[in-house]
Design a protein. Structure first.
Length: 757
């Protein structure tokens, strides 16, 4: 979990002091150094009264505080109030929190972390449910839903229980008799690898509007997981994957990142993660590849970052977008993320550049005088407040501080709620409605101003079987609220009831949010009528770049040969600053070409003849691991006017993938295009190294070329010796005469060499 963030941060990027941190005896930075290294808050920022010198320490120098004392040390902007929701002994160490359709708050609770319980002892961890039974704003009831778990982390409440990760599996938990306790537990997916590190585990389970459950896979472990339909993923360290809630299918969503811990979705369908050591916030592109510890890219290059700042630490855990109306408007549509090393909640504004979103640093939203404050998860409540899971601990580091360190706290943990009461504390406390969310009008809630209420309403909608539901969904496609139209469209698709005309209606909607979701519906559909496919292709020229991005993704999932040219044409027109749209179009071309039906329709020569479009196409071929792509690169290398020494990457890629019978053709081309011995030698070495990794392929032609180059080098060397006179050296004897050549014996006593001295 989050510990891996801080350890990597401290080791690699986050050293606040000039001295390295020692696992047993940390060297703290001076107050002045810390104060200068932290982000200076803007007007109205939450900041302790004096500099605190413990932000960079792996082991905090202070002792624990009571919940009341910790509460007294929080600093939030004027008008905001922090309230305690739960603490020890009712809960211990919370990792993930989530709301259900009844407004109850579910908590993963651990005593075992960072080591799972040994085989000879029952694990002590659990999932607990906090409930505000009288709807007065306080959670007075705590129920243990499931116990005897090993480090539960990811959590998603369902209608009759929950999906949760606990070492080593994703579990399906059911409450069959409605008593609030799990009475049936089974493995949904797994086992996941936890042998390399106890924190490289599954977290931040999120049910997307598309019906998939999205999840983060953490640092270091290497998991190979297969779903019931045979689909599988292989994940090394940070990745994001998705799966069906019944475990029937699993898919990779993004590749890379170091250690994502926390995820959220905006109204457009964009997913974002909190991550360690790369960037605090990352915008995810389906099929995209992200920087990690020394791992290579996918050939297309890494998806560009959406921020340049680090908030004084990359130990970021938990991420939420505030999308409700309880806070003042100045705090809406912003990122809120937990920083467990600086013990604060960071805040970022969101700006748009085409389809590219940027996180722009704002003053911190919440700081603490208590160095044990560790905000690991943040969730928007259905009451409009922000809920914060506090892992409250003296130690947060995972590598620079031994896991066995005796001062790691295992008992204390808190959950806080941040509400807005207004200047003078005059606003009423937020409530989770007087009546249960589960009994409210579900269609009315689809238009709620609170994103969590809308999500929970969509979850309820999936379980409605009333005879009038279908008619309500169909009429909802013309509702005045765009979120209502989006929800009804998705639900019709889930029920296999979205007609061709209804899909076209959504694709042509006046609201760009609706059009974007309609394109995502097309991407998830099993069928694609010609009229819809044509409309999707036309939307590559939509007035909103975010719509264009989703049109590209839809084409990438199902394309015709001619669509590749359309994608390349659109790629040529993209603003260089819109990095997300550029990468989305490139991924779409790659995904289309990975479909044999599409690849067989491509006239690569015609594309390469079209100038800059051919260069874009060649770059994208570096993301394809097929012999067909290697053959296309041969065509490109043969017809390109660019010097061969600038095209080494194409040579290497073609050499690694080309069919054995085409190796001679490749060598002939390279020999013809590489002028001069030195360039030929450089090209040969790169091509030979790439080809050498293919143990089963024929290398005779390459070996023969190597012999030619060796002989040429030898003759050049001999000729150079023969053309030279014996040079004199710069040293001389006392008579100013140069020292002559001398015969000297080698170590074996044989005088068989002339050496100039």
């Amino acid at each position: 979990m989050f510990f891996r963030f801080s350890s990597q941060c401290l080791i690699c990027v986050y050293l606040l002091s000039s001295a390295s941190l020692n696992a047993q005896s940390p060297t703290p930075a001076s107050p002045a150094e810390v104060a200068n290294s932290l982000v200076s808050p803007g007007p109205g920022a939450a900041e302790p009264a004096s500099p605190i010198a413990w932000y960079g320490e792996g082991v905090r120098p202070t002792g624990p505080r009571t919940p009341a004392d910790e509460l007294a040390g929080f600093h939030v902007p004027p008008g905001f109030v922090v309230e305690l929701i739960a603490s020890e002994p009712e809960i211990n160490k919370p990792l993930n929190i989530a709301f259900d359709v009844q407004g109850r708050l579910w908590v993963t609770n651990t005593l075992e972390y960072p080591y799972p319980a040994p085989d000879d002892r029952k694990p002590r961890d659990s999932i607990r449910v906090l409930e505000d039974t009288d709807r007065n704003g306080s959670f007075e009831k705590v129920t243990t839903f499931s116990d005897e778990l090993n480090i539960p982390m990811g959590l998603l409440p369902t209608f009759d229980g929950a999906i949760a990760f606990a070492i080593p599996n994703l579990l399906q938990m059911h409450d069959s008799n409605g008593d609030g306790r799990c009475d049936e537990r089974s493995t949904l997916l797994g086992p996941f690898d936890t042998t390399r590190d106890t924190h490289g585990m599954v977290n931040a389970l999120r049910l997307g509007i598309d019906g998939w459950v999205y999840a983060c896979h953490g640092f270091n472990n290497q998991s190979k997981v297969t779903a019931s339909d045979g689909s599988k993923v292989e994940m090394n360290s940070g990745n994001v994957f998705r799966f069906r809630a019944d475990g029937s299918r699993i898919e990779h969503f993004t590749y890379g990142q170091v250690n994502p811990f926390g995820m959220t979705e905006d109204n457009w369908g964009n997913w974002f993660t909190a991550d360690c050591h790369s960037k605090p916030i990352t915008q995810l592109l389906r099929g995209g590849c992200y920087e990690s510890f020394g791992r290579p890219s996918d050939g297309l290059g890494f998806v560009p970052s959406m921020m340049d700042h680090l908030h004084g630490s990359t130990a970021i855990c938990g991420l939420e977008i505030y999308d409700a109306d309880q806070f003042p408007a100045a705090y809406h549509q912003q990122f809120y993320s937990g920083n467990v090393m600086t013990s604060r909640i960071n805040r970022n504004a969101i700006s748009q550049h085409g389809a590219t979103l940027r996180a722009n640093e704002l003053s911190d939203f919440m700081t603490s005088d208590d160095p044990w404050f560790r905000p690991v998860d943040i969730q928007l409540g259905p009451d409009g407040a922000l809920y914060v899971a506090d892992f409250y601990n003296k130690i947060i580091g995972h590598y620079e501080v031994p896991l066995t360190h005796p001062e790691r706290d295992r008992e204390r943990g808190r959950i806080w709620r941040i509400v807005y009461r207004g200047e003078g504390n005059t606003a009423p406390a937020p409530l989770i409605e007087d009546k249960d969310l589960a009994s409210s009008d579900v269609f009315e809630q689809l238009s709620n101003t609170n994103a969590t209420v809308r999500r929970l309403a969509r979850r309820r909608l999936r379980h409605l079987e009333d005879d009038n539901v279908l008619a309500s969904l169909q009429s909802g496609l013309r509702n005045l609220n765009p979120y209502h139209r989006v929800a009804c469209g998705w639900e019709l698709l889930h029920r296999h009831q979205l007609s061709e005309s209804e899909c076209l209606l959504l694709l042509c909607d006046d609201d760009a949010v609706v059009r974007s979701h309609a394109l995502r519906m097309v991407a998830e559909s099993d069928e694609r009528p010609a009229s819809i496919h044509q409309q999707v292709c036309e939307m590559l020229h939509d007035s909103d770049a975010r719509v264009v991005r989703f049109a590209a993704e839809a084409i990438g999932t199902y394309a015709e040969g001619k669509d590749v040219t359309l994608l390349l044409d659109r790629l040529q027109q993209v603003d260089q600053d819109d990095s997300i749209l550029r990468q989305a179009l490139r991924i779409a071309v790659r995904d289309a070409l990975n479909q044999e039906r599409v690849a067989s329709q491509i006239d690569a020569f015609a594309i390469f003849q079209s100038g800059s479009k051919g260069d874009l196409f060649a770059d994208i071929l570096l993301g394809l691991r097929t012999s067909r792509a290697a053959g296309w690169l041969l065509v490109y290398l043969d017809h390109s006017d660019r010097p061969l020494d600038t095209q080494i990457k194409y040579v290497e890629h073609a050499s690694a993938l080309i069919k054995s019978e085409d190796v001679s053709k490749l060598i002939s081309l390279l020999k013809r295009k590489s002028t001069g011995f030195e360039l030929q030698r450089a090209i040969f070495l790169r091509a030979h190294n790439a080809l050498d990794k293919r143990a089963t392929d024929s290398k005779e032609a390459m070996d023969a070329w190597g012999e030619e180059l060796s002989l040429e080098w030898y003759h050049q060397f001999v000729n150079s010796l023969e053309s030279r006179s014996v040079p004199s050296i710069g040293w001389s004897c006392g008579t100013e005469e140069a020292w002559p050549t001398q015969i000297r014996q080698s170590e074996d006593g044989v005088a068989d060499g002339q050496f100039r001295s």
